[in-house]
Write a protein that binds this ligand. Structure first.
Ligand code: FPP
Length: 244
C-alpha cells in the first residue's frame, strides 16, 4: 500500500477502541542516519518530522494524550556534539511548531527534571510551551530530561515535603498525583520503534497495564500509516488488568 493511503486504513479503526493515552519511544534515529551515511543528528532531525505527523493524526483522531520520549536522563552519556544538537533541535522545533499547536488547540508540556539543564535554556523552553496552556484539546507531553525511576523518587519527595501525613493513606491509586503526569490517565499503549523490546526507564509507574507495541520501523520512517497499524493492533488486544 502506498504511504499516502493511510486514509484507506482509517475506516477500519473503531473510534470506541482508541487508546486515551499513547506513550512513544522514538528509537532508531541513529541507525536511520547511518544507513544514509549521515551524522546521528540528521536522524533526530528526521525524527522530529515523524513526530509532527503523529501529532497531526492524533489531532485528527481526537486522541487525548500523547507522550513522546524526547530526551532521557541517560542521554547525557552521548557525545557532547549529539547532546547539544539534540537540545538545540528540541528548542528550535518547538518554537517553530507553536503556531500550529495553537491552531490545533494542543496543550504542550514537558515532563522531566530541570536538574542538570542550563537554567536559561530551561526557562526559555518552558516559556515556549507555556503559551499553549490555555488550550483545551489534546495534551502532548514531551518527556525531556526524563527518567522513570527519578520521577518516582521525585514524586515521593514531593509527597514527603507537601503532606507527610499522606504517607498513611498512600496507595497505588493515589500516588499518580505526585508524578509528572499528575491528572492524566495512564498510557493504554506504549509504542516503541526500531525493534527493541525495552521500556528504557519510560513511564515506569504509569505503564503498569499498558499494551506494548513494537515495530521494526525506525522512528524517522514512522508515519500516519504506521500509527494506524499500531492502533489497529491495539484495538484487537484483550485488556484484562490482572482479571480474567
Ligand atoms: C533515540 O534514537 C532517539 C532519541 C534519543 C531522541 C528522540 C528525539 C527526537 C526524535 C527529536 C524530538 C523533537 C522534538 C520537537 C521534541 P537513537 O539515537 O537511540 O537511535 P539508534 O538506537 O538507532 O542509535
Amino acid at each position: 500500500m502506498a504511504k499516502k493511503d493511510y486514509k484507506q486504513l482509517l475506516q477500519y479503526l473503531d473510534p470506541g477502541k482508541l487508546p486515551r493515552h499513547i506513550g512513544i519511544i522514538m528509537d532508531g534515529n541513529g541507525r536511520w542516519a547511518k544507513q544514509r551515511n549521515r551524522p546521528h543528528l540528521f536522524g533526530h532531525q528526521a525524527g522530529a518530522k515523524a513526530l509532527r505527523q503523529v501529532v497531526e493524526l492524533g489531532v485528527e483522531l481526537k486522541l487525548e494524550h500523547l507522550t513522546f520520549y524526547a530526551f532521557s536522563t541517560e542521554n547525557w552519556n552521548r557525545p557532547a556534539e549529539e547532546v547539544n544538537g539534540l537540545l538545540r533541535l528540541l528548542k528550535e522545533r518547538l518554537k517553530k511548531q507553536i503556531p500550529e499547536m495553537m491552531e490545533q488547540n494542543i496543550y504542550a508540556q514537558f515532563i522531566g527534571t530541570a536538574v542538570g539543564l542550563d537554567p536559561d535554556y530551561w526557562k526559555e523552553v518552558s516559556r515556549t510551551v507555556e503559551v499553549t496552556h490555555q488550550n483545551t484539546g489534546m495534551v502532548v507531553n514531551f518527556a525531556f530530561n526524563y527518567g522513570g525511576r527519578l520521577e518516582i523518587i521525585d514524586g515521593f519527595k514531593k509527597l514527603m515535603q507537601s503532606s507527610p501525613e499522606s504517607l498513611e493513606t498512600l496507595s497505588p491509586e493515589n500516588f499518580g498525583a505526585y508524578l509528572y503526569t499528575a491528572g492524566q490517565p495512564d498510557p493504554d499503549l506504549i509504542i516503541r520503534t526500531s525493534g527493541e523490546y525495552r521500556l528504557s526507564n519510560f513511564l515506569l509507574w504509569q505503564s503498569a497495564y499498558a499494551e506494548i507495541y513494537v515495530t521494526d520501523t525506525l522512528w524517522p520512517d514512522f508515519d500516519k500509516l504506521e500509527l494506524i497499524k499500531a492502533l489497529l493492533d491495539y484495538a484487537g488486544r484483550q485488556r484484562r488488568f490482572g482479571g480474567r
